[in-house]
Each structure stands twice: as structure tokens, then as C-alpha cells.
Design a protein around this ligand. Structure first.
Ligand SMILES: [Zn+2]
Length: 302
């Protein structure tokens, strides 16, 4: 067991239905477009598969995949605020699984209290925020009480900025540079930007100038590189990220969703582990990226 995957997803039927309902409410004139895009991403029978599979079966499948891929732990992100479901899922293997909180309305006055309960009662280890889906600017002051709460709970917040596969998103909220003031105002809040900024790599590099409380996760295919003016090899992204951020603030992940026809993303793990082992850093620093940083951020020790 040599790695912790710090970014994978648990998706349940209820979470998908929550999300569909949310899109219906938000965009009542565009049902067909949202559904078509969701189908393209997950396939036609995804909801059917979810209807027929229990949390226990998903947990068993994950444990098999983790054993086969040398994963000590995995950190699961839900896609809606069904926090009891993620707690129940984690309870099948609490020494291998950890869960994140997701809040349906992170700007609501009750959000900090809900986060506190998620951490203290449900034992969740972080908060996922998705500004382009949840329609808020990360620097909106309505979010500040939530950031203060996360800081005092000593849990990290992972943000998805940049491009996204989500069926509908609003890119007015997707620039990580908007984090700069938040990083300054909450210096003890650990913030993780997923997928190297998913197209905003330049912006996340700039954020490294002042702030030590920002981390980058490596998760996913990183196919955002197919849409940038110059397509950098993934090796160069890792190399530059380590030069700017140091190995202590880069966190490995695959962004896996196990579903019919798509198991654990072993190829991504192999590719990224290969790149990390080829970096001109010590074996100890390589282990930080693949395991140690996640251990420190989520479980409080090296
Ligand atoms: Zn993800």
C-alpha cells in the first residue's frame, strides 16, 4: 500500500436525483440539454445501475479496486448534500475510506453549522466547493463564515475551478485567481485546488506567489491541457508545480467514479506515479505527493 487517492467520487441514486432536481429548478427551460449532456458523460443506463446497486456493493467494489491498485486510503467526494449517505459508506471501511462534505447551499446562513455537524458528528474530513456549479464567487463575503468555520475545524476545502464535465456550469465563477483574498484572510485554512486548476494553471501558479495555504491536486485525466494555447506535457505540469509549490503542497488523486464499463483509473495512477518518480526530488518528497500530504491534510499526521 503506497498511495492515498485524495480525490475520488461516491455517487448514489439519491445524489443524482438531487442534482437533476436542482438543474430542473435552476434551468426550467433547458431540461433536454442538461439531460443529454449528463447522458453523454455517464451513459444511458447509469441511473439504472445505481438503482440496482447498494452502498455495501459499491464499498466492496472499491475495496477490491484499492487492494489491486496499492491504495491505502481513498477520499470520497459526494455530488450533493446527502452527508448521511457518505457517512454510511465510510462506515463500511473507516480505516480505508474517508468522506468529504458537500453543502447544497454553501452561502446560506446555516452552512457553517451544517459543516460543523458534518465534521464533528459524521466524521467527514473536508469540504468540496464547486463555484461554477453552485453559482457563487469564491470571494463572495457570504462564504466567509463558512471559511472561518472550516479553518477552526482544521479541515481543508477542495475547490473545483476551471473547465468541467458537469452537464451545466457557469464559467463566470471558475477563475481560481478570485481565491487570492480568501487565502490572505484565512491563512490557516488549507485550500486545495483540484486538477491543477483545470485550465487555469497559470493562475494557480500565480497564487503560489504569496500563499502557503494553497495546495494543488493532480486528479483526473488533466485533459484540460487539450484546450490550452500551448499543450504542456503532464511531466512539465508536475515539474513546474513542484518548483513553485514544493512537493509538500501537491496531492495525488485520480477523480475516479466507478461505474459500468469504468473501474478504478489505474492508468492514471500509473502514469502519475511514474511522473512523480521521475521528478528530480528525493524519495521522501515523492512519497509526500503520493501519500504523505493527504495523510497530513486529512488525517492529521505524516
Ligand atoms: Zn472530481
Amino acid at each position: 500500500m503506497n498511495a492515498i487517492d485524495a480525490h475520488v467520487h461516491l455517487i448514489t441514486r439519491a445524489m443524482v436525483e438531487d442534482t437533476a432536481q436542482r438543474f430542473r429548478t435552476l434551468y426550467p427551460f433547458a431540461h433536454g440539454a442538461v439531460e443529454k449532456r449528463a447522458e453523454r458523460l455517464f451513459g444511458k443506463d447509469f441511473l439504472g445501475w445505481l438503482k440496482g446497486i447498494t452502498l455495501q456493493q459499491q464499498a466492496d467494489e472499491w475495496l477490491r479496486a484499492m487492494d489491486a491498485n496499492g491504495l491505502e486510503r481513498a477520499v470520497f467526494f459526494p455530488i450533493s448534500g446527502r452527508l448521511e449517505e457518505i457517512r454510511d459508506f465510510v462506515s463500511f471501511a473507516p480505516d480505508r475510506f474517508a468522506g468529504y462534505a458537500f453543502l447544497d447551499d454553501p452561502a446560506a446562513p446555516g452552512a457553517p453549522e451544517r459543516l460543523r455537524r458534518a465534521v464533528n458528528d459524521l466524521r467527514l474530513v473536508g469540504l468540496k466547493l464547486y463555484p461554477s456549479l453552485q453559482l457563487f464567487n469564491c470571494c463572495d463575503e457570504r462564504l466567509f463564515p463558512l471559511y472561518a468555520e472550516a479553518q477552526s475545524l482544521r479541515i481543508p476545502i477542495t475547490f473545483h475551478f476551471g473547465i468541467t464535465h458537469a452537464p451545466v456550469a457557469d464559467y463566470r465563477y471558475t477563475n481560481p485567481l478570485d481565491l487570492q483574498l480568501v487565502l490572505n484572510l484565512f491563512p490557516d485554512l488549507n485550500i486545495i485546488v483540484a486538477h491543477f486548476g483545470a485550465g487555469f494553471f497559470r493562475e494557480v501558479c500565480l497564487l503560489g506567489f504569496h500563499n502557503k495555504n494553497i495546495h494543488l491536486d493532480t486528479s483526473g485525466t488533466n485533459n484540460w491541457r487539450d484546450y490550452t494555447p500551448e499543450r504542456l506535457p503532464l511531466e512539465d505540469i508536475f515539474k513546474r508545480a513542484v518548483e513553485i509549490y514544493s512537493a509538500e503542497r501537491i496531492v495525488f488523486g485520480t477523480d475516479t467514479v466507478i461505474r459500468p464499463g469504468a473501474g478504478y483509473r489505474s492508468a492514471i495512477k500509473e502514469e502519475q506515479a511514474g511522473i512523480v518518480h521521475g521528478l528530480n526530488i528525493s524519495p521522501g518528497e515523492q512519497a509526500l505527493i503520493l501519500r504523505g500530504n493527504a495523510q497530513r491534510l486529512f488525517f492529521g499526521k505524516q
